[in-house]
Design a protein around this ligand. Structure first.
Ligand SMILES: [Zn+2]
Ligand SMILES: [Zn+2]
Length: 163
């Protein structure tokens, strides 16, 4: 008869991360403790680590928070095949936090309002924004190309995170 494993991990105590600087800072501090129950499963060539809890099998990703002095932190990720993960690790919530902060700052200063005209890009059916020939999406893309706005962070988007 197999004895049932007593659940001794603390995975359940940690929620998905809100995209805020404070929440990321807090998680950086907590990560050493979280890691105690985890086993390393893989490392990506960009320096992300895949961990799994020995008790509840929850998957975690360890990434570097560049804007927090490159400190490492852990966050929960959905079930995934290791092979899949190696090809495309999940996006880092710290990167998303920084991305969202830059975007918000820009849009506080520049309100993009739709006009009556259509976007000039081929096959785009959205309305152009006022004082421009492009729709909001293509306008943002053009600013990303010239570096005025940051590029979307690398990695696979997953619930509950969105842009
Ligand atoms: Zn666990
Ligand atoms: Zn467009």
């Amino acid at each position: 008869m197999t004895k049932q494993l007593h659940k001794t991990c603390t995975c359940e105590n940690y929620s998905d991360l809100e995209l805020s600087r404070d929440v990321i800072s807090k998680r950086i501090k907590e990560s050493k403790k979280i890691k105690k129950h985890l086993e390393i499963k893989s490392k990506s060539n960009k320096g992300h680590h895949l961990y799994q809890c020995k008790f509840c099998n929850q998957l975690w990703q360890l990434s570097s928070a560049w804007n927090w002095g490159e400190k490492d932190y852990l966050f929960k990720i959905p079930k995934t095949e290791i092979k899949e993960w190696n090809k495309n690790p999940f996006v880092s919530p710290a990167d998303m936090t920084m991305f969202a902060a830059s975007m918000n700052l820009y849009f506080e200063r520049h309100k993009l309002v739709a006009s009556e005209n259509f976007c000039r890009r081929d096959n785009c059916e959205r309305k152009a924004i006022l004082k421009d020939v492009l729709c909001k999406n293509h306008f943002i893309e053009s600013l990303q190309n010239i570096g005025t706005l940051p590029k979307y962070p690398e990695g696979k988007i997953f619930d509950p995170y969105t842009f």
